[in-house]
Design a protein around this ligand. Structure first.
Ligand code: MG
Length: 231
């Protein structure tokens, strides 16, 4: 009995101490509203199907992509967000032209350029072979996707991208590389990968904050439901 009497108060004290330490070390995660397939309450909507007001051409002129059935379709040049973002969680949906036309890189080619610098390839890779680090969900010419999670042309697909910007010293030299994680249609396709600028982009100078660019590669790829949460 005597042993029990000393053990219980000791356990209680330890529990209280652990609880107190946890409270002091960590803040409770913010409560937000997020229904599956819906826009989180703290996200910035970059495209809701109604207009292109958050987007512009690379030279700053008005974006001219077509608005079709709640989506925007590639037209007359790549477009970039007017706003810049640092670390981010980005959601977007894309749809390949149907029926499929062309082969390899010439089928449903577009791209999501984080900071205008790092291309997550958008391509119709459904039963369409090309070089592995150029297929859909590749970090272009740097890393093939872990799996091919493509859906057929004409069916909407999703990208969920988590990006951490490169860390730079005062001279602009990279001290820690940017990283990216990508889920395509809910499937992990890039896993916390260190990345460098992929070329064919807005410039190779890595940034703390930059825009999101959607590529015009002469194919009528559509995008919809685009939102971002800066991290
Ligand atoms: Mg591309």
């Amino acid at each position: 009995m005597r042993g029990k009497r000393t053990v219980f108060p000791l356990l209680a004290a330890l529990s209280l101490l652990t609880f107190t330490l946890c409270l002091s070390r960590e803040q409770a995660p913010r409560v937000i509203s997020a229904l599956p397939c819906d826009v989180p309450s703290d996200a910035l909507v970059l495209f809701d199907g109604s207009n292109l007001e958050n987007w512009q051409n690379r030279d700053g002129s008005a974006a001219n992509w077509k608005l079709v059935d709640g989506a925007m379709e590639v037209n007359e040049g790549s477009i970039v967000t007017k706003q810049n973002f640092g670390d981010m969680q980005l959601h977007l949906e894309f749809r390949m032209p149907a029926p499929a036309v062309g082969e390899g890189q010439d089928r449903g080619n577009s791209g999501v350029y984080i900071h205008g610098n790092y291309e997550i390839q958008v391509l119709d890779s459904y039963e369409n072979e090309t070089y592995f680090d150029g297929q859909c969900a590749a970090v272009y010419k740097a890393s093939p996707p872990l799996v091919n999670a493509c859906r057929p042309p004409g069916i909407w697909q999703t990208y969920d991208i988590i990006f951490h910007a490169a860390e730079l010293d005062d001279a602009g030299k990279v001290t820690k590389k940017a990283t990216v994680t990508v889920l395509q249609n809910g499937v992990l396709v890039q896993d916390n990968l260190e990345i460098s600028p992929t070329g064919g982009a807005m410039g190779n100078q890595e940034l703390k904050k930059g825009p999101i660019m959607l590529q015009d590669h002469n194919h009528p790829v559509r995008f919809r439901n685009i939102w971002v949460r800066e991290l």
